[in-house]
Design a protein around this ligand. Structure first.
Ligand SMILES: Cc1cn([C@H]2C[C@H](O)[C@@H](COP(=O)(O)OP(=O)(O)O[C@H]3O[C@H](C)C(=O)[C@H](O)[C@H]3O)O2)c(=O)[nH]c1=O
Length: 133
């Protein structure tokens, strides 16, 4: 039966005052290859920021799906800074290596932004170090 082949996996949207967060692929789905990462969507309300930290281990790839944001990047080893303005109307994927602090600011007053992310490591709270921008 087809219904026994496909899987419908319940997911949980985590909401807070900044917006919401949804894990799309946890990396623990049993059909995945042995070494995989995870996929999530994070949404920021107008004026809010997502991220604001760096990961000693995880590398991430980010694609803005809707809205606009300013991505602030700091190389925590050298202190070098970079700012990237992103508009979902002109799609790009940004690769952020480990040890690069990253913060996505929703500078718009009216619109949420929706960001899709792939992390090559499964979630580990100890791998997220807050960084003051
Ligand atoms: C990452 C993660 C988070 N959570 C919980 C913890 C919080 O209660 C809530 C939101 O997490 P966080 O504050 O880390 O969410 P964002 O600020 O949107 O950050 C996320 O998006 C930015 C752009 C990043 O760079 C982060 O790596 C990524 O965590 O989900 C979980 O339960 N499981 C998880 O795997």
């Amino acid at each position: 039966m087809l219904k026994d082949k496909v899987k419908i996996i319940p997911r949980q949207k985590l909401e807070d005052s900044r917006g919401w967060f949804l894990k799309v692929l946890t990396g623990k789905e049993e059909e995945l290859p042995p070494r995989t990462g995870e996929i999530y969507i994070t949404v920021a309300n107008p004026g809010e920021m997502k991220g604001g930290h760096y990961h000693p281990k995880a590398k991430e790839w980010f694609t803005l799906l809707t809205g606009k944001c300013t991505l602030m990047l700091v190389d925590i080893q050298t202190g070098e800074k970079l700012s990237v303005d992103i508009d979902a109307a002109n799609p790009i994927t940004v690769f952020v290596p480990n040890n690069i602090a990253h913060a996505f600011y929703n500078i718009q007053n009216a619109e949420n932004f929706m960001l899709l992310a792939y992390s090559d490591e499964l979630y580990d709270k100890a791998d997220t170090i807050m960084y003051s921008f």
